[in-house]
Design a protein. Structure first.
Ligand SMILES: NC(=O)c1ccc[n+]([C@@H]2O[C@H](COP(=O)([O-])OP(=O)(O)OC[C@H]3O[C@@H](n4cnc5c(N)ncnc54)[C@H](O)[C@@H]3O)[C@@H](O)[C@H]2O)c1
Length: 416
């Protein structure tokens, strides 16, 4: 076991407090942890994790460790790692941590290599960075890997491309596409946490402002609906005609970004695409506009275009970079265009990540139990895992639901 690489081991207590805050609120994961402690499904296995490193992720690592795993973990984004949480996790037995806040691209790559040096049998990836490395420079480690799980939409696009080429070397499961993940995490989690990031970093008023939300997918519809709840006038931009109609029917104005650019006080992208807001839009924006991204990579708001248009670039508040354009207008970019909810806040609420990480834990266990049944490729999470987590969550919330009678079940089945 290599020594952990973290910023400051003295931050253990502060990090521990953060983990202690979320743990009682992750009640599905608590139930899974109790079972894992008894059954030890991952006994003797190495698990490699690359996920945004904050308190909820730390608790997932502890749950996997309590299931018998040796866990090697890195953050998945240089600005989302919380150094105190990294310190607390590195102090745990059987967990190696490679991550610090504001790491350079080279340091991040070094962290991913360190995770792979632990020779993982199972992967928990977020954005497919570990998988990408295993299919390029570290292919010698791939033979140890029995399978893995992928957390986010963008990672799934990358894995699908690999699977279509027939290049994927082991089975990977699409955690993001499980209902108990994207219906709640992408929508309610990204919605609430992105506005937390926007508000705590700017301290500006949302009510009565005009908010432009780019995209109307799972994340962006959560962001748009939260903005509406905060009293903003919301404009949506989309490229998919069906999603655009959904946005219209949900009561939002829809228009191209070039037109929306004139109106917005706040702009928030979450499309998974590149160059969503570029020069043509920046040239039309109001003085003082605030720009942020909640998509996986920092390519949605074009930083090269912003730089090319600016006569000065300066830091004006923590996490706020101000671009002073040649005509004097000031555009404010949050968190260098990286995920505002994680780089500029604490990520999704604990109760939401409870469901996402329950999908991770149970799918990792499933991948292990069925390692001989799946060929290399890309797979959906079994529906039975969604149902199991939904029932555990309902029980945690003290909510009861109806059970179909035999007659009702037969009636529904008779149409199939
Ligand atoms: N911030 C977070 O914590 C968090 C959580 C989950 C997912 N994500 C990331 O957020 C991104 C979006 O995920 P999602 O699940 O909402 O995806 P999605 O596929 O449900 O939605 C993306 C939407 O963006 C639209 N779009 C694409 N290009 C566009 C453009 N140029 N202009 C306007 N709309 C455009 C698409 O038509 C689609 O409707 C991904 O990168 C994903 O990995 C972030």
């Amino acid at each position: 076991m290599k020594p952990s690489e973290i910023r400051d081991p003295k931050l253990v207590d502060q990090g521990r407090q953060k983990i202690d805050w979320v743990q009682p609120r992750m009640r599905v994961l608590n139930e899974i942890r109790k079972r894992f402690q008894q059954e030890r499904p991952f006994e003797g296995l190495n698990v490699g994790v690359c996920v945004h490193l904050e308190a909820k992720t730390a608790y997932l690592a502890i749950v996997m460790r309590d299931g018998g795993a040796h866990v090697a973990l890195s953050g998945s984004n240089p600005l989302s790692t919380q150094d105190d949480v990294a310190a607390a996790l590195a102090a745990e037995e059987n967990i190696e941590v490679y991550s610090w806040h504001d790491a350079s691209d080279e340091e991040m790559e070094g962290f991913y290599h360190s995770v792979l040096d632990a020779r993982p049998n199972l992967l928990v990836d977020d954005g497919a960075d570990l998988v990408k490395l295993l299919h390029t420079t570290r292919s010698e480690v791939a033979s140890d890997v029995w399978g893995g799980t992928e957390e986010t939409t963008t990672g799934i696009l990358r894995l699908k491309a690999l699977a279509q080429e027939g290049a994927l070397k082991f089975p990977m499961f699409a955690v993001n596409d499980a209902k108990m993940k994207h219906l709640f995490d992408n929508r309610y989690g990204t919605g609430q946490a992105s506005w937390d990031g926007m508000m705590r970093n700017t301290n500006l008023t949302v009510a009565g402002s005009t908010v432009v939300v780019c995209g109307y997918g799972w994340c962006s519809r959560g962001i748009a609906n939260c903005a509406k709840g905060l009293g903003a006038n919301v404009i949506v931009t989309e490229a998919d005609p069906v999603k655009a109609i959904e946005a219209v029917m949900d009561g939002f104005r829809v228009m191209p970004i070039a037109e929306a650019a004139r109106h917005g006080d706040f702009f928030l992208t979450s499309t998974g695409n590149t160059d969503v807001i570029t020069k043509a839009a920046f040239e039309r924006m109001k003085d003082g506009a605030v720009l942020a991204n909640a998509g996986h990579f920092d390519v949605e708001i074009s930083k090269p275009d912003l730089e090319a248009l600016s006569k000065e670039v300066k830091s004006v508040r923590p996490n706020v970079t101000q671009y002073v354009l040649k005509d004097g207008r000031r555009l404010n970019l949050l968190c260098e265009g990286r995920l505002v909810n994680i780089a500029g806040a604490d990520g999704h609420p604990a109760e939401i990540m409870d469901m996402s990480f329950a999908v991770q834990a149970l799918t990792a266990e499933y991948a292990l139990q069925h390692k001989d049944d799946y060929k290399p490729g890309f797979y959906e999470v079994p529906a039975s895992i969604d149902e199991q987590i939904a029932r555990l969550k309902l029980s945690a919330l003290d909510v009861e639901i109806d059970t179909l009678s035999q007659k009702q079940t037969q009636y529904l089945a008779s149409w199939r």
